[in-house]
Design a protein around this ligand. Structure first.
Ligand code: ADE
Length: 420
């Protein structure tokens, strides 16, 4: 009997399974964890509700949790990021209850979150905090049964800290994004590559010789800027935080205000986590042919409402490209409806980098299960031992060997007596 689900087409299960297995080959750390989970079953009987991008990499995380004994159900964390083949593979080949269809409207999207909450989870796994928000706002009676949660993104963790500060956070949550083996790699190399991948798949434009404006120089922005530069683009960075702006300048990028960049850019990528980073004042200055996209979690970074009201008309010119007719006989373009371009127009971060992010997720779940009794209702970092273990395993599976400190070096590092 097939597990409960709401997916586009179960007939895609075989294709989905092949793709999930393909990604798994690039996820050796998660595979090792899965092998240990199979023997130790650390999540036996634990109900987990996961709200993540439904990709092949996520599918391998779900398999790992299920192999560890968890009763896991998955819904999508974005209406446009679901791979329908993967959703079918999860249901058809791995018996994981999955509620996700690419292109759902808002009602269906939230309906899927409700479906996983109906299963009365004791652990939540979120990407962007939508599931946690729904649980707190609409199902406060369920909070007492939840022993903990994990959160994947910067945006989600900011919300969780706000909830903790307001005294409303109902259970402990591990902020996976803040692990070094997550954000140094996933945010930088993952977003760096997959955002460029999404822009190219959506448009097939040449980056060499173009001016790419990267709005935001956090870990994700750094990745996008460095990859665009590597492909021959002239990169401008805009940033509101002085230290980051300085870093961008010393990394060799032109740094200026959004308004100054607006008339120069051929391609704009927002990666700030904030709203209306590209707004009317920028749209009116943009060149004919300018392309805008977003690689931040929510679709609020480009003010689409303002753009629609300024445009005399719009039409879809390619699957993920909408053209807006602007004053002065200019056309400007928005990719993937302003949603995460790397997931909506491409396949998200490559598996090799999600390997580390999802290893942190799996081990954090195990840690919650082991430590639930003494955790408080606050945001916890991923324990440093887990973070280091993920780095160690990744290096090992890459065949990279590193030195160890000698006894003399260790005592030098720990002491204070030795001087010049
Ligand atoms: N976020 C970015 N890329 C992802 C991927 N491939 N799978 C799940 N979540 C992601």
């Amino acid at each position: 009997m097939t597990v409960e689900h709401d997916i586009a087409d179960i007939g895609l299960a075989d294709e989905g399974q092949l793709k999930i297995e393909w990604a798994d080959r690039q996820m050796p750390v998660l595979t090792r964890i899965r092998e240990r989970f199979e023997k130790e079953r650390p999540l036996e009987g634990i109900k987990i509700a996961a709200c993540l991008h439904v990709t092949t990499e996520t599918a391998n995380l779900m398999r790992t949790l299920a192999t560890g004994g968890a009763d896991v159900a998955l819904c999508a964390s974005n209406p446009l990021s679901t791979q329908d083949t993967t959703a079918a593979g999860l249901v058809g080949a791995y018996d994981i209850p999955t509620y996700a269809i690419r292109g759902v409207d808002e009602t269906q999207y939230y309906g899927h979150l409700k479906a996983v909450l109906d299963r009365k989870p004791v652990i939540t796994m979120d990407d962007g905090c939508d599931l946690v928000t729904m649980l707190h706002q609409q199902r406060p009676d369920q909070l007492k049964d939840v022993i903990g949660g994990t959160e994947e993104t910067t945006t989600g963790i900011i919300r969780l800290h706000a909830m903790e500060a307001d005294g409303v956070l109902g259970y402990p949550v591990v902020g996976v994004n803040d692990a070094l083996t997550k954000h140094l790699f996933d945010n930088r190399y993952g977003t760096g590559q997959s955002a460029i991948d999404g822009i190219i798949r959506a448009t097939n434009v040449l980056l060499a010789g173009r001016t790419v404006v990267v709005c935001g120089y956090g870990m994700c922005g750094r990745g996008v800027a460095s990859r665009a530069k590597g492909m021959g683009a002239d990169v401008i960075v805009t940033e509101v935080e002085p230290t980051r702006a300085l870093e961008a300048a010393m990394d060799g990028f032109r740094v200026m205000t959004g308004r100054a960049a607006a008339s120069q850019g051929d391609i704009f990528v927002t990666v700030t986590g904030n709203k209306h980073v590209l707004d009317s004042e920028h749209f009116e200055l943009m060149k004919d042919g300018a392309i805008m996209c977003n690689a931040g979690h929510f679709d609020i970074e480009i003010n689409l409402k303002a753009l629609r009201s300024m445009a005399s008309g719009s039409r879809r010119v390619r699957q993920e490209v909408e053209e807006f007719s602007m004053e002065g006989d200019r056309k400007v373009y928005v990719l993937a409806d302003g949603r995460l371009v790397n997931l909506a127009a491409a396949e998200g971060h490559p598996a090799a980098v999600m390997d580390m992010s999802f290893a942190n997720q799996a081990l954090s779940c195990e840690w919650i299960a082991q430590n639930a009794a003494h955790l408080e209702k606050k945001v916890y970092p991923v324990p440093v031992e887990i973070d280091r273990e993920v780095a160690r395993l990744k290096l090992e599976t890459m065949g990279v060997r590193i030195d160890e400190l000698t006894a003399a070096q260790k005592s030098y590092q720990e002491g204070w007596e030795e001087g010049t």
